[in-house]
Design a protein around this ligand. Sequence first.
Ligand code: TYM
Length: 333
Amino acid sequence: KQRILTGITTTGTPHLGNYVGAIRPAIEASHDSNNLSFYFLADFHALIKCHDPALVHQSTREIAATWLALGLNTDNVVFYRQSDVPEIPELCWMLNCMAAKGLMNRAHAYKASVAANEEAGEDPDFGVTMGLYSYPVLMAADILMFNANKVPVGKDQIQHVEMARDIAARFNHHYGTHFVLPEASVDDDVAVLQGLDGRKMSKSYGNTIPLFLDEKPLKKHINKVKTNLLEPGDPKDTADSTVFQLWQAFATPEQTQYMREQFAAGIAWGEAKKQLHELINGQLCEAREKYTELLANPAHIENELQKGAEKARSYSVPFLKELRSAVGIKPIV
Ligand code: TYM
């Protein structure tokens, strides 16, 4: 069986980018009985970016409700919260002692903070915590703990999966083969969904369209998507259009072809957005209702997570025992 694993950091409300780039393909993959899927809420990762306890807690609840509302069948997958599996931070330490500092120096997430500081004329390390610096090691522990071979992610996360692979190879070389070398899998059609301003849709840019907005606020958000100044009747280019990209992420190939023709024929931006709203709303409205119901029943969500933690630990507890022994941490006699 293929082992598939992916996670979402529990900061903020899930958005269309998370859905298209991570959640939707993950749920599809979980229907294939050749796969064993591990999907989790990365709440330890949340502490890197967010020091507001109420926000981390709220976001964990929302992201859990999102997966469940979208029809994740928790009998077929291992669905859990990272912090419910204490073997992960323990493995993280072992990996910290194998990961080269030089490798971490190249990590995008950390480098982006340093670059922003330099641009602002600050000390390069201003606000850079050890958590941010070694974030790829925690992510490696997430992946290697369950010997996942396939990690579906958006483009921004490819480097981290490659680092996990690197660290795993180093560990295997030194202690004998314990880890499968993981590979990132990226759907090229929807690799990076654009946000309202045309940049990558991201919580940190404040340009997201939250996944379960009600019909009216969803319309408002879609109306805010940046377009150029072309008038109705002017032929429009699909290549650099966020409206078209969002359409494509939700449409069938036939619907995409239809919109391509509409663009060539000079559809007005207002009309294109109206149709985009209908398309997205139509696909999400049922799940949105379930989502609202689930949020009103947090005990059910918690219960699902507890069930998932038990399943996850049926893998992680024996595997960590093996790893401890491999590095020389075992009873004296
Ligand atoms: P996070 O929470 O930033 O994003 C979760 C997933 O959503 C994808 N994504 C997007 N895809 C397409 N278009 C976008 N605009 C967009 N924005 C986000 C991300 O690529 C990601 O797949 N460190 C990870 C979470 C994590 C993880 C892991 C993932 C922790 N441990 C182990 C895989 C395996 C993160 O912060 O993702």
